[in-house]
Design a protein around this ligand. Structure first.
Ligand code: GFB
Length: 310
């Protein structure tokens, strides 16, 4: 990518897209193309076709997706598989038709088998059964990977696919029903402190382990790979370290300054027991995460406190 290249950041208002957009701007990329959901519905084939024919973007970050936490994924499986398949089919195919120089497709660590050996290497893809709470979402993301690889193979495109671990940061979704665990716990602890509640309830047992990557590290990795990686084989993006949900809750509790108790709602699912990425491939390529979990939580908590009433 040159500083003047026309770069389309699909999903520029979301958690990852907004971070990629900010970082590209900071690095001096001056020809950034964006569309709000209202201006362009990426699930609509005709709209996407017309947009690409008119704008002719050179590079694409496909950060638009329907995403959500464990409850949203298990409650709305049809929406997750339909919307993701539609939008990625439209964007990837139009990128090929219009000669896009390079596209970065964003997958997810939930594409790996539920009981994959830990940490999970890229080659474990399609080696076993998926986690049922997010299988339709994972299948859509696997389809995106295979589609990108197939276009590379058949048509010689340069479409790369990156697999982030659980992400968090400013602009995350803090809705308690549809969010991921980290923003949900920030909100729960902040509200419990404000209301002098005696306790905060965690879903499940608190025993599952998750790896959390601050979104600005994710954006940095995506831009790094866009500049230095030209291969269809997937690349994991993570920190290489994980914590239990209980440990995560203790960190957020301390950062918020809440002194009450923790309770567990065992009617809610735990999901996959562990989901730690093997990050040796991206480290060999020359990239490493820099933001610690505690620092990332502090930044996200500050952002939430100043934006929650907006
Ligand atoms: O982040 P999360 O919703 O999704 O949940 P996954 C992670 C773990 O935190 C689960 C527990 O064991 C939850 O039961 N948890 C505890 C909570 N308290 C809460 C809470 O208040 N809210 C939430 N949401 N969880 C998602 C997938 O899986 O991860 C997606 O469904 C995607 O497809 C995403 O891959 C990254 O990590 O289990």
């Amino acid at each position: 990518m040159e500083k003047g290249s026309k770069i389309f950041v699909a999903g520029h208002k979301g958690l990852v897209g907004s971070s990629i957009f900010r970082l590209l701007q900071k690095q001096g990329f001056s020809n950034l193309l964006t569309r709000s959901h209202k201006e362009l519905d990426l699930t609509d084939q005709v709209q996407v076709k017309d947009f690409f024919a008119k704008e002719k973007p050179e590079y694409i970050f496909l950060a638009a997706a329907k995403v959500g936490g464990i409850h949203a994924n298990s409650t709305y499986p049809a929406d997750f598989i339909y919307e993701n398949l539609q939008l990625q089919n439209n964007v990837i195919h139009s990128s090929f038709v219009n000669g896009v120089k390079k596209l970065c497709f964003l997958g997810s660590s939930c594409i790996y088998p539920k009981f994959a050996p830990q940490p999970m290497k890229e080659e474990y893809l399609l080696d076993g059964k998926l986690e049922p709470t997010n299988e339709p979402y994972a299948v859509s993301k696997i389809a995106g990977i295979k589609m990108s690889q197939s276009y590379n193979k058949q048509y010689g495109t340069n479409f790369i696919s990156v697999m982030p671990t659980n992400l968090y940061g400013p602009n995350d979704n803090f809705d308690l029903q549809s969010s991921h665990v980290l923003p949900a716990l920030i909100r729960k602890f902040v509200e419990a402190k404000e209301n002098n509640s005696p306790s905060v309830t965690l879903w499940g047992s608190g025993k599952p382990k998750r790896e959390f990557l601050f979104v600005d590290d994710m954006a940095d990795a995506c831009i790094f790979l866009m500049q230095h990686y030209n291969d269809g084989e997937i690349v994991n993006i993570g920190t290489g370290e994980d914590v239990t949900i209980l440990e995560l809750a203790e960190i957020i509790k301390a950062e918020v300054g809440f002194n009450g108790k923790l309770e567990f709602d065992s009617t809610k699912p735990d999901g996959t027991p562990r989901k730690l990425l093997d990050v040796s491939k991206i480290r060999t390529l020359g990239w490493k995460a820099t933001v610690s979990l505690r620092d990332g939580i502090r930044t996200t908590l500050a952002w939430y406190r100043s934006n929650k009433s907006k």
